[in-house]
Design a protein around this ligand. Sequence first.
Ligand code: ADP
Ligand code: TPP
Ligand code: MG
Ligand code: MG
Ligand code: MG
Length: 324
Amino acid sequence: MDEFEFIKSIQQKSYVQPSLIKGIGDDAAVFRQSYQDTVMAVDTFVENIHFSRKTMHPFHVGYRVLAANISDMAAMGCDPAYYLISIVIPESWAEDELSEIYRGMKEIATEYKMDLIGGDTVSGNELVISVTIVGFVAKGSSRYRSSAQDNDKVFVTGTLGDSAAGYYLLTNESDGEIGGYDYFVNRHRMPKPRIAFAKWLESLSRISLNDISDGIGNEAAEIAEASKVSIHLDYSKIPYHHDLEYFTQEQQKKWKLFGGEDFELIGTVSEKEWPLVVEAGKQTNTKVTEIGYVKDNVHSNNSVFLYEDSKVTKLDKLGYTHLK
Ligand SMILES: Nc1ncnc2c1ncn2[C@@H]1O[C@H](COP(=O)(O)OP(=O)(O)O)[C@@H](O)[C@H]1O
Ligand SMILES: Cc1ncc(C[n+]2csc(CCOP(=O)(O)OP(=O)(O)O)c2C)c(N)n1
Ligand SMILES: [Mg+2]
Ligand SMILES: [Mg+2]
Ligand SMILES: [Mg+2]
């Protein structure tokens, strides 16, 4: 299959988004929007950095690269609509594996009602997939990392450390029986971004949000820095799946705080609007846990503090970082 046949093979026959005017097949895609804000992000995924043949089937590679981008739309409180894929294809990836990657993307795109409207295809030495995503939100309603304020409650969705546990199980021989093997592996391969939950919060007057790609150590620090506040987290409140207890205390702690790739949301909200966050959790079947609070104090601002037993430690940004 050459480049042009490949593009034909991945092209959608019809589109679901009403604002689309021109999809795949010209020099660029066109959509028309007048009554909402447009939200855009791009994330790039490289073989052996973000995924490997050991950790993912080609289907999961596709599913997960789009999931990671959809999660950024959730963190902005918006609805994902379109995506564009730029792909560098090495000879070592066979045609049927590539179509599996696209099948994985199509699967999650259908779940979230998104259209593939363009991209680029080139050959190269390693598999690299760059996803550009476009979403829409009611005017002025996008959610920022910079919106945290003094005395806000800090909350997180779902459970943390699952994806890192899945990655560990896929890359290490386990000694002894590990409960929840399939659960953890599935959380690593097919994360479910929290769009419905974040959308339900649209009526709140103020909320800060960030999605967990690198670990809450990093993501909480991004909120603290952007909002110029300090964040105080209670380690014992951090929600985790009960089967995480099959692992050592040290592993559990590392994965919950710094594992990343759970694609859950961390946010802060005023005490007054906290009940609405709890209600959003109920309405969208999303576990929501209060894990700490925000303080605006010039001496401690921009930092994250972790309270464990009677100890307080300043959380270093030990989560995943490129270009160390
Ligand atoms: N190479 C780059 N050029 C321009 N902007 C970038 C680049 N890398 C990251 N950014 C921007 O920096 C911000 C933080 O990016 P990042 O930490 O990757 O966010 P996330 O973890 O949500 O993907 C975003 O606004 C992103 O668009
Ligand atoms: C083969 C493999 N090695 C390591 C990891 C772990 N890992 C890779 S990137 C990453 C952090 C998230 O990726 P990044 O590019 O920082 O995404 P962003 O923060 O921009 O959303 C983690 C935890 C993995 N998923 N697969
Ligand atoms: Mg990024
Ligand atoms: Mg993000
Ligand atoms: Mg990152």
